[in-house]
Design a protein around this ligand. Structure first.
Ligand SMILES: [Fe+2]
Ligand SMILES: [Fe+2]
Length: 304
């Protein structure tokens, strides 16, 4: 039903070509460089804060980098069971489909491991503890309590947003820490197949859905989005507190409010805006329900 040339066979072939190991990316002499920013400024958005020195900008950027690792740790924890559950339903028939879906699940399990390894490296090198929302089990339980189509749409948003992070902010950026850049590049390379596979999963679920189920799915997508946004509000406060702990700087009430607002704005763009305005995500939404595209586009400015 959708205009694309995605297939399980070509996604599987691409995934087999790309395949990398966690140890290729982190560990041994492959270390984070704490003199460099970890995230592109388009995502970190620390330079708009009026009172930070350039050193403090890097510290806050790295705290946002830790938050990025942790946030992906959280979302991958619900993507994995979702993909496994879907693959379980499609075990017979097309051999390419079975292998592509199991490969998708295997890659997400690897990403969970990768993000954890980076977090451990971060914790060893950064010097102070950075708090993070969770636990992942609660997030997973909440998200998986929604309809399969609603979860599939939320995951498609996450896959396209990941691609955008790399292509728009990282690929041509020469300032970033090389290890973090490598993480984002390797993640992007596999997520590029996931966008296609998730589009195919959604098509197969939509085919068997009633209009009522489709309406419910978009309600579920909105609920999952609001849940992530509420988490971001809490996390923005944690990021500010981590900054205070790491730098020892005392912030006035005005400075604290300014920093919290800037971090929340950066988080909203990173995890919500970049997905919900992605043209390919919106194209899929429009194919399922044109009115839902309009609603998402109307909501988007708050997150951009
Ligand atoms: Fe992933
Ligand atoms: Fe993925």
């Amino acid at each position: 039903m959708m205009q694309h040339n995605y297939s399980y066979q070509s996604a599987l072939a691409a995934s087999e070509r790309i395949s990398w190991k966690v140890d290729d990316i982190i560990g041994g002499d492959k270390k984070l460089d704490f003199t460099k920013p970890f995230l592109p400024e388009s995502l970190a958005q620390v330079k708009n804060i009026s009172f930070l020195t350039s050193e403090e900008q890097i510290t806050l950027n790295q705290i946002r980098g830790h938050e990025y690792l942790s946030m992906f740790g959280l979302v991958e924890e619900f993507i994995l069971p979702y993909v496994v559950d879907h693959a379980r339903l499609e075990l017979s028939g097309d051999d390419y489909r079975v292998r592509a879906l199991l490969g998708f699940a295997g890659e997400e399990a690897k990403h969970i491991h990768l993000f954890k390894r980076f977090r451990r490296e971060f914790e060893e090198g950064f010097g102070t503890h950075c708090e993070f929302i969770g636990p992942a089990e609660d997030v997973r339980r909440f998200v998986l309590s929604h309809s399969p189509l609603g979860i599939g749409i939320a995951i498609l948003h996450i896959e396209w947003m990941t691609l955008r992070h790399y292509i728009e902010g990282v690929r041509d950026n020469q300032d970033l820490d090389l290890q973090f850049k490598s993480l984002l590049k390797h993640h992007w390379a596999e997520e590029s197949q996931h966008t296609k596979l998730d589009t195919l999963i959604i098509e197969s679920v939509v085919k068997d859905s009633t209009q009522k189920e489709i309406d419910q799915a978009f309600q579920d997508y909105a609920e999952i989005g609001m849940f992530l946004d509420n988490g971001s509000k809490q996390q923005a406060e944690f990021d500010v507190e981590s900054f205070v702990q790491a730098t020892g700087r005392r912030l006035s009430k005005g400075e604290r409010d300014e920093m919290s607002a800037a971090v929340l704005k950066g988080m909203r763009w990173t995890y919500l805006g970049t997905g919900m305005t992605h043209p390919n995500f919106l194209a899929t939404v429009e194919q399922i329900k044109p009115e839902a595209r309009k609603q998402i586009e109307e909501m988007a400015p708050v997150f951009c």
